[in-house]
Design a protein around this ligand. Structure first.
Ligand code: SAM
Length: 177
């Protein structure tokens, strides 16, 4: 993942009240597993502060953006668009092609919450299923990013962190600056 073009995650369809934690977790998962930024559409923008707070404390770089026009954001994206959906082609069949494209082009990964508009299926270059079973945008995003980066994101180093978790066989240790 060193020196590859950016990966952004667009979160669609946030339902106030019901999706607060899921939208936050989409952002935190995008950050932890190697994406460069999350783009929160419409009401999902309310979760920006929580995700930025984690980046302030545990490091980055990671950006949080918002948009009132998610379809416009998709249309303007200059690079492959990957829409994660249970109806898509199996990730294991398309990951190599997407990884090759990512060597030269930024990727936009789109995840939904409620029903995703048909425009997104049409605008996507790849509709990708992480299994063709219904589950969660957080789970599908995590598996997809790990496949895209082939596990290299697990060794990522974080800049400007106030807190560093020191892995322990048992117990918790966090060093603070
Ligand atoms: N039936 C809904 C739809 O129209 O897409 C599924 C909603 S699901 C609760 C929320 C999101 O999780 C989906 O928009 C999709 O991004 C993701 N998702 C759920 N299952 C998935 C799977 N098997 N593969 C990839 N993404 C999945």
């Amino acid at each position: 993942m060193q020196d590859t073009p950016p990966v952004a995650v667009l979160r669609l369809g946030h339902r106030p009240g019901r999706d607060e934690r899921m939208t936050t977790h989409v952002g935190l998962t995008a950050r932890a597993l190697g994406a460069d930024r999350v783009v929160l559409a419409k009401a999902g923008a309310s979760r920006s502060g929580t995700i930025e707070d984690i980046t302030d404390r545990f490091g980055g770089p990671f950006a949080v953006e918002t948009t009132d026009s998610p379809i416009g954001y998709l249309n303007d994206w200059d690079g492959p668009i990957v829409h994660l959906t249970m109806y898509g082609l199996p990730v294991q069949e398309v990951e190599d092609e997407i990884r090759d494209a990512h060597e030269t082009e930024p990727i936009l990964v789109v995840v939904g919450a409620e029903k995703v508009p048909w425009d997104v299926y049409e605008e996507a270059d790849y509709n990708v299923g992480v299994t063709n079973q219904p589950h969660s945008e957080v789970a599908s995003l995590a598996v997809f990013l790990d496949r895209l980066f082939e596990g290299e994101e697990l060794d990522r180093e974080w800049k400007d962190a106030d807190r560093h978790v020191v892995p322990q066989e048992a117990g918790k240790r966090v060093d603070e600056e």
